[in-house]
Design a protein around this ligand. Structure first.
Ligand SMILES: *[C@@H]1O[C@H](CO)[C@@H](O)[C@H](O)[C@H]1NC(C)=O
Ligand SMILES: *[C@@H]1O[C@H](CO)[C@@H](O)[C@H](O)[C@H]1NC(C)=O
Ligand SMILES: *[C@@H]1O[C@H](CO)[C@@H](O)[C@H](O)[C@H]1NC(C)=O
Length: 469
């Protein structure tokens, strides 16, 4: 099909009107009725998406939402009542990473939702995201019981219509829910499955606690990670997901390769039927499920699984994958360092580069979002009450581009936060769809077809030709 420049219409980039509230909120019960939540700072240009984390305050959990700009930088916009209480696990000394987890809040662009745990209320809440202004979120229905105690992590399937929770307290296990656009989260039959951990509510850890829950790449398995209690290594609990969404009665327990101890975050290795798990006691573990298939029970180091040390690490616990650089980025709360890892075709993982974020900043949860053709990493540096933003650029070429203070804007707007309670990091990127001429075509598809070239704006001589819808 020949496409002439004349058929392009010059459209303005949609500018989401933020509609900031003038009224300052200090009462969380009132907040809950405020759709737009407590405003934190004004918009800075148009947003291509949002980053979310939770205050996880025991007196009232709030979702804190920041705009992601076209340059990948963040602007804190609002705090929205999550409909329940936060919690802090029992640990000594007390410090950041209250839920000992990754995935406490999780967004889905395909489902247009963001879901959070309320660990102190044993509930989950799901919110609709306004695609034109992604920090404007509205709770769907009411918070629902998480199916256990001390929920710490959430998985959302590819379609964005199923949410599964990982409960890490005295009543622990997994549970799955359908996202109903009116009722909110509706329990799916035969998904309440125990992990049989000997735990307390709130959980006592970090050793021996539930860490993270994810779907496998094909969405046919649900995987939860459990840290060991040294010298006993932890394990992954792998459930089969049936077509009706129900889970296998029992899970397959998969131990890390020799040397693995405290599997924490789970990041799918694309195209490999494998995951990279950070290991707080070592560095990271690679779990090769392809070679484990049909194994039945705990097989340490099956197939190409491995446990890899990161020299000088203290507690490597969180990870994300960059589709653009094809590398993995891990954070260590103790060294406050981002470690970039490449995993080759044979699942061999090697350290590419390390990026220190400032001693004592307490780098915990992170997520990566693609803006234009570039990936950006958002690191919750909880102990510094800050978000560190890295532009990943190319393998081995990440660069810090922003240190976003959370404490100042929170104080100024009356949003209660504490670095020891903050948790989670997830991103939402607006779907980019070309206007009318090619309905349903994404920017990337058109770019691959050679129809648009520029990184952030698809333009011809007449102006911009796409917008966020
Ligand atoms: C918050 O607002 C509710 C409802 O208006 C009220 O009952 C409650 O006393 C308020 N709490 C505080 C701490 O102001
Ligand atoms: C559970 O943990 C507690 C505290 O560590 C311990 O006293 C108890 O023996 C454990 N129970 C089982 C069944 O392992
Ligand atoms: C957090 O900051 C305090 C005060 O600067 C420091 O003593 C502590 O070691 C830090 N914790 C982490 C996990 O970085």
């Amino acid at each position: 099909m020949k496409l002439s420049a004349a058929v392009f219409s010059a459209l303005l980039f949609s500018t989401a009107s933020a509609g900031p509230l003038s009224r300052r909120q200090s009462n969380q019960t009132q907040n809950q009725n405020q759709r737009a939540g407590t405003p934190m700072s004004p918009a800075r240009g148009s947003a291509v998406g949002a980053a979310y984390f939770i205050s996880n305050e025991p007196t009232g959990n709030q979702i804190i939402a920041a705009d992601i700009g076209t340059d990948g930088k963040l602007t804190l916009r609002r705090a929205v009542d999550a409909g329940g209480l936060g919690a802090h696990g029992n640990t000594d000394p007390n410090g950041p990473d209250p839920l000992f987890s990754q995935g406490a809040i999780k967004a889905s662009s395909s489902g247009n939702i963001v879901a959070t745990v309320n660990a102190g209320s044993n509930t989950l809440a799901v919110f609709k995201v306004n695609p034109n202004d992604p920090t404007a979120i509205t709770m769907i229905g009411k918070p629902v019981g998480s199916g256990g105690e001390f929920p710490v992590s959430l998985a959302i399937n590819k379609a964005g219509d199923t949410v599964c929770s990982l409960n890490g307290g005295a009543v622990n296990g997994v549970n799955c829910f359908k996202v109903d656009q009116h009722k909110g989260l509706v329990p799916i039959a035969n998904t309440a499955r125990s992990l049989k951990l000997n735990q307390t509510t709130p959980a006592t850890g970090p050793p021996g606690t539930a860490s993270h829950i994810v779907f496998s790449e094909d969405n046919k398995q649900l995987i939860a990670s459990i840290k060991g209690i040294p010298p006993q290594p932890g394990f992954l609990a792998v459930f089969d997901v049936a077509s009706d969404g129900s889970l296998s009665q029992d899970f397959q327990s998969v131990a890390p390769a020799k040397g693995g101890l405290l599997p924490f975050s789970l990041t799918v290795i694309p195209g490999k039927n494998a995951v990279l798990a950070t290991d707080a006691g070592l560095g990271f573990d690679i779990f090769d499920f392809a070679r484990n298939a049909g194994a039945g029970n705990a097989i340490a180091g099956a197939g190409r699984s491995s446990a890899v040390a990161i020299d000088g690490q203290v507690a490597t616990c969180w990870s994300s994958f960059s589709p653009e650089t094809q590398n993995f980025y891990l954070t260590d709360i103790g060294t406050a360092t981002v470690t970039e890892i490449s995993v080759d075709n044979n699942l061999k993982g090697t350290i590419v580069k390390q990026y220190p974020q400032g001693q004592g900043s307490g780098t915990i949860d992170n997520d990566i979002a693609t803006v234009g053709n570039n990936d950006f990493m958002y690191v919750l540096s909880a102990n510094a009450t800050r978000i560190d933003v890295l532009s990943l650029n190319a393998p081995g070429k990440a660069r810090n581009i922003q240190k976003l203070d959370i404490a100042g804007p929170a104080r100024a707007s009356g949003v209660k936060i504490d670095g020891n309670n903050l948790q989670g990091m997830t991103t939402f990127i607006k779907k980019r769809v070309l206007h009318t001429l090619w309905p349903g075509k994404t920017y990337r598809e058109l770019q691959n077809a050679g129809l648009v070239q520029e990184e952030r704006f698809a333009k011809d001589r007449r102006g911009k030709v796409y917008r966020h819808l």
